[in-house]
Design a protein around this ligand. Structure first.
Ligand code: UD1
Length: 363
């Protein structure tokens, strides 16, 4: 049985890694790995492959950046001949990036079964490109693997037959648990001259935050206050760096002595940074999940989340982009007012094993 696995952008790599490992227990499955090239910088891609021991992709489509239509269409055009030549029994896609929907569409139109890992998540916000990718990918998938009960519920409400849906846990957490000890050896804290609990770690790259100068300026208002009190380490995404330059925020950012911009961090360094942070400020999806397992308070600078379990039982607070609310959440954490999180159901490091076992039986 041949399965093409697709990875394209940074958050896909930690999800694909444990799956590639889990296939090894099933000689009847021949997995192939296709990198779309959506992300291509060393620090956004290759570094993750090396650190996570992901096999060299069988193919890199080399698509790169572009508008949504250009990127999505480019991936589709390049992926179709791969499917025609290789004739897989299934295509497996993860997450919610443009590579996910592009390859999913190609597969189903060729009559190839589509498997979606991290299915059913919904923010309810259709202005997010990822939400469109999620809804569309789920609507054409044959097997849908969910990380949390809300995913199962959302799919049920959208009319997806129950026999296609499996609650299996979280492959991103498989990777976190596997690499935690290795990450502890990272020297990033010493390299930056910071100590455990003595800083906040921040990530920010959502288009709704960094492509809108009014929203971005509001976030900078909050960051300006926080960095006076606690140093902020900010591994900066290329999209955000571009926005700062384009919107004329460079001087404002440079003037904040407690805000330290660093290059995008590799997986192990970033895990060390988040594990030891006093708190995490983010607009990422995956980091809301990782901080829940790491038991580090997470302040999410978005109006919604597609990962409600991180709020219900985890360490996550959704605070939006109003500086007053961000600062209030910050003070709650520094004053010790936050709840110790629980581990969500099945986030035990074995999600990929469950997925591959089901694929081996059902495909
Ligand atoms: C994509 C995903 C988003 C995910 C994020 C993680 C979609 C719609 N969005 O957003 O869900 O959270 O990846 O990073 O798929 N760039 C580089 N080097 C790279 C990659 C990108 O410089 O290796 C720059 C380019 O200027 C590019 C911009 O970043 O135009 C945005 O990249 P793109 O892949 O379009 O979207 P992300 O913002 O990374």
């Amino acid at each position: 049985m041949k399965i093409i696995n697709v990875a394209g952008a940074r958050p896909n790599f930690m999800k694909i890694a444990p799956l590639m490992e889990a296939y090894k227990a099933y000689p009847s499955i021949t997995p192939m790995l296709v990198h779309t090239g959506q992300h291509y910088d060393e620090r956004m891609s290759d570094l993750f492959f090396r650190q996570l021991g992901i096999p060299e992709p069988d193919m890199n489509l080399g698509i790169g950046s572009g508008s949504h239509a250009v990127q999505t269409a480019g991936i589709m055009t390049a992926f179709e001949p791969v499917c025609l030549e290789y004739r897989p029994d299934a295509v497996l896609v993860v997450g919610d990036v443009n590579s996910t929907i592009a390859c999913g569409l190609v597969a189903v139109k060729l009559g190839i079964k589509l498997v979606h890992v991290e299915a059913g998540l919904r923010s309810g916000d259709r202005t997010m490109p990822e939400e469109i990718n999620r809804v569309l990918t789920d609507s054409i998938s044959d097997m849908l693997f969910c990380t949390e009960p809300s995913g199962v519920e959302n799919l049920k409400n959208e009319g997806v037959p129950a026999e296609k849906v499996f609650l299996v846990g979280n492959v991103m957490i498989d990777t976190l648990l596997k690499n935690k000890t290795k990450a502890d050896e990272s020297t990033i804290l010493d390299d930056l001259g910071i100590r455990p609990g003595g800083y906040a770690a921040m990530t920010m790259h959502r288009p709704s935050n960094v492509d809108d100068p009014i929203v971005f300026a509001r976030l900078l208002d909050a960051i300006e206050e926080i960095q006076k009190d606690l140093p902020i380490i900010f591994p900066i995404h290329p999209r955000t760096r571009n926005s700062i330059a384009r919107m004329g925020f460079q001087d404002r950012v440079d003037a904040m002595s407690g805000l330290r911009l660093i290059e995008p961090a590799g997986y192990l360094d970033f895990l060390k940074l988040t594990s030891n942070a006093k708190l995490v400020l983010t607009d990422s999806g995956g980091i809301q999940e990782e901080t829940t397992i790491l038991k580090v308070p997470c302040i999410t600078m978005r109006e919604n989340t597609e990962r409600p379990v991180t709020v219900d039982v985890g360490s996550n607070q959704i605070v939006g982009t109003d500086p007053a609310k961000i600062l209030q959440a910050y003070r709650n954490v520094t004053d010790g007012r936050w709840r110790t999180p629980q581990v969500p159901e099945l986030w035990d490091g074995r999600a990929a094993e469950r997925i591959v076992e089901i694929l081996a039986k059902r495909l």
